[in-house]
Write a protein that binds this ligand. Sequence first.
Ligand code: SAM
Length: 289
Amino acid sequence: LTVFGETIADGYFSRFEGELLTSERSPFQKIDVYEHPYFGRVLTLDDLVQTTTRDEFSYHEMLVHPALAARDRVERVLIIGGGDGGTLRHVLMHGVQEVVMCEIDDAVVRLCRELLPQLSDGAFDDPRAKVVIGDGAAFVGEHTDAFDTIIVDGSDPVGPAVVLFSEDFFTACRRALRDDGVFISQTGSPLFQTDEFKMAYGNLTASFGRADPYVSFVPTYPGAIWSYMSATAGTPLPDATEDEIAARLRARGIDGRLYSPAVHRAAFALPPFVQDLCETAAPAAVPRG
Ligand code: SAM
C-alpha cells in the first residue's frame, strides 16, 4: 500500500492509503492513479487529489449543471482542462450540439481513459465531443462569440493552471461567449485557499462586472466545502427559478445525485464568511507560475 495526501494547512494533512496503479511524469505534472478501498480509483496530479470514482459526481454535477440548466440554449460548450472526462460526460447529458474539451496534457486523458473509464463512460467517443490538446488560455483567445458555456475544470492555480485565474483569461472568455453565454470555473476551497478564491473573484468581477460564487461539497477535497464561480453578461445564475431548472432537467432526462432545482437555489446562499471574502477581494495579478 502507498500513502498519499496533501498538506492542507500547517500541521493539518489529508492521508490516503491505496495501491499505486501507475505513476507518470508528463511535461506538465506528475500523474498518479491509485486503487483505494473506499473511493475506488483516485487520480492525483502533483499529489493533489483531482477526482475519485466514488465521489466524482459531487464535483462534476455542481460544476456543470448550474450553468447548463440555467439556459435553454446550450448548443456549443467549451471545457478547459477536465482531462479525466467527468465534466465532458455531464455536459453531454444536456443535449448539446458540440462540446470542445481543451486539455493541456494528453497523458491525463490517456491514463484516465485507461484506468478511470467510469468517469468519461464513453464520452470521449461521443460524435459531439472534440478533444483538443493545448493550453486553454491560448485556445479561448482564438475564439469570439463562439460558445454558449465555457467551463474551466482546471487544477489548482499552480503550474499550467495559474493562467486560468488571470483577468486577461477571464476577459478572453467573455469575448469567446455568445450573448447570454455563461462562464463557470471551480475556484478552490473557501476555507483553506482564500487567496485563490479572492484572486478569482476579484479578476472575474473585473472582467465581467459581476461574478456569482456558489458553494457545495466534494468529500475528497481539502475541508470538503468547495467553491465555484459563474459570470455572464446575461441573466445571472442565481436568478434561475426552481421551476425553470426542474423543467429543463426533466426535458433533458437528468436526475442529479447532488444537484437539484432546490440545491441550485441553495448553493448561491453564501455563508457570511464566504460573502466576506467577496467583499475583501480585489483584482490581482496571478503569481508568475
Ligand atoms: N476536478 C479537478 C479539480 O478541481 O481539482 C481538476 C480536473 S482535471 C484533472 C484538471 C486538468 O486541468 C488537468 O488535466 C490539467 O492538465 C488541466 N490543465 C491545467 N492547466 C491547463 C491549461 N492551461 N489549459 C488546459 N488544461 C489545463
